[in-house]
Design a protein around this ligand. Structure first.
Ligand code: FAD
Length: 402
């Protein structure tokens, strides 16, 4: 059998995991990763909450539910095998008000259907044993929810790809993939066409995924609309007030979760992220306005439909964008001892959130094959938790499909 050649576009945790999986399953394959930045994992994969989600919220039977559970196992084992810190600090989803209880119950049922281990509903007293400073009338406790550094995992995978004979081409922005007969050609922004041609290409380009897909002949929708998430680090002296992860019960009126507490693997305690439209897909400090990125969402009918349906959510998030104290106040509803805590802004994350033409946010992962090119069109959270399972799915189920 001839040696298969694969191009993977994007050196985030998904692209790297796909490249690794290709080499694990086909040790003789030629695998080249094209990454536009000068280092791997410079975007979502290193700007996230670092949570290894257990699979509480996802629709049973969907890709998210399935790949998240498998992803947890793979990430946990990878960290153990590679001496990468992995902390099962646990998570509580906390109801403050009676009207949240049916929704908390629904999450509990979903988590059981998804096979999440150890989940329990706990009362006020037990919640205080788990998180002594957290108030709430009832909570869902997920003891195995964990934290890691996905940036660190991605760096390790990149080294492993090279150890296994794969190639990572940095500073190589791909303009489009061209499929001619059985060959795929990779054209770079410079106009150069990579000298080698490929049998398969897998595009894992995160915030740019819709653009690369469309330029390569895939459908125009769903489109990526970037939503940033701001985090604040709480004062060192207060960080022991929270032991693990404290989340609100999701409110169906709002498309994003709301401010929560996230412990970091480096020991910091953060609050956030909020969610607000980003004036650039890669605008991490908030100062670089990208005309092209803004024009893209403003000219997308889906964005206006989304905006008109989510005015109250937008106002809620806007308050947390404009005022640090509102942000802290939101969090202190769960941990009142932090009402006056000092905070320092941390670097934002920007979500590659796919949106349909009708304004609906795409919830599940979208992985689509067109000819011999496969595109990840939507991989929001828990996309990092699921990355190695997404890779298995693409390599073992999507690519062999003819
Ligand atoms: C604020 C926030 C919090 C999150 N929290 C969590 C969490 O706690 N747990 C969890 O599981 N998930 C979380 N996620 C989601 C998770 O971070 C993503 O699902 C995951 O990182 C996606 O990885 P990726 O490789 O697909 O994308 P990315 O990491 O964005 O990588 C895409 C790569 O493609 C490259 N690229 C783009 N276009 C081109 C091109 N044309 N040519 C070459 N290279 C290109 C980019 O430079 C980049 O390196 C969070 C995301 C955000 C934004």
């Amino acid at each position: 059998m001839s040696r298969k050649r694969y191009a993977v576009i994007g050196g985030g945790i998904n692209g790297l995991s796909v490249a690794r999986q290709l080499l694990l399953d086909n040790p003789d394959a030629s695998v080249t990763v094209f990454e536009k930045e000068e280092a791997v994992a410079q975007h979502q994969s290193s700007h996230n909450s670092g949570v290894v989600h257990a699979g509480l919220y996802y629709e049973p039977g969907g890709l998210k539910a399935r790949l998240c559970r498998r992803g947890v196992e793979l990430v946990r084992n990878y960290c153990a095998d590679n001496a990468i810190p992995y902390d099962e600090c646990g998570k509580v989803v906390v109801a403050l008000e009676q009207d949240e209880l049916p929704r908390l119950d629904a999450i509990y049922k979903k988590s059981l259907a998804n096979g999440v281990p150890g989940v329990r509903l706990v009362d006020h007293g037990e919640l205080r044993e788990i998180e002594p400073n957290c108030i709430g009338i009832r909570a869902l406790h997920s003891p195995h929810t964990a934290i890691v550094s996905y940036g660190q995992i991605a760096q390790r995978i990149a080294r492993e790809i090279e150890e296994k004979g794969g190639t990572i081409r940095l500073n190589a922005p791909v303009s489009r993939l061209i499929e001619r007969g059985a060959q795929i050609h990779v054209e770079l922004d410079s106009g150069e066409v990579h000298p080698e041609h490929f049998d398969y290409a897998i595009a894992c380009s995160g915030l740019q995924s819709d653009r690369l897909a469309q330029r390569s002949g895939d459908e125009a929708t769903p489109r990526i609309v970037p939503f940033f998430g701001q985090y604040y680090v709480i004062d060192e002296a207060f960080k022991a007030h929270v032991k693990g992860l404290i989340y609100p019960v999701p409110d169906p009126r709002f498309p994003f979760l709301g401010v929560h507490f996230t412990k970091r693997i480096d020991g910091q305690m953060t609050i956030g992220p909020n969610a607000f439209i980003s004036m650039g897909r890669e605008n991490y400090d908030g100062s670089r306005f990208s005309l092209r990125d803004v024009a893209d969402f403003l000219s997308y009918p889906g964005f206006w439909k989304f905006a008109s349906r989510n005015i109250s959510a937008t106002l809620r998030e806007l308050k947390t964008v404009l005022s640090e104290s509102v942000f802290v106040r939101e969090a202190a509803r769960y941990v009142p001892t932090l009402a006056d805590v000092g905070v320092t802004p941390a670097v934002r994350g920007i979500r590659a959130q796919a949106m349909q033409n009708d304004g609906a946010l795409v919830d599940d992962f979208v992985i689509r094959r067109q000819g011999n090119i496969t595109h990840i069109r939507n991989a929001p959270s828990p996309g990092a938790t699921s990355s190695m399972a997404i890779a298995e799915y693409i390599v073992r189920e999507v690519l062999p499909r003819q």
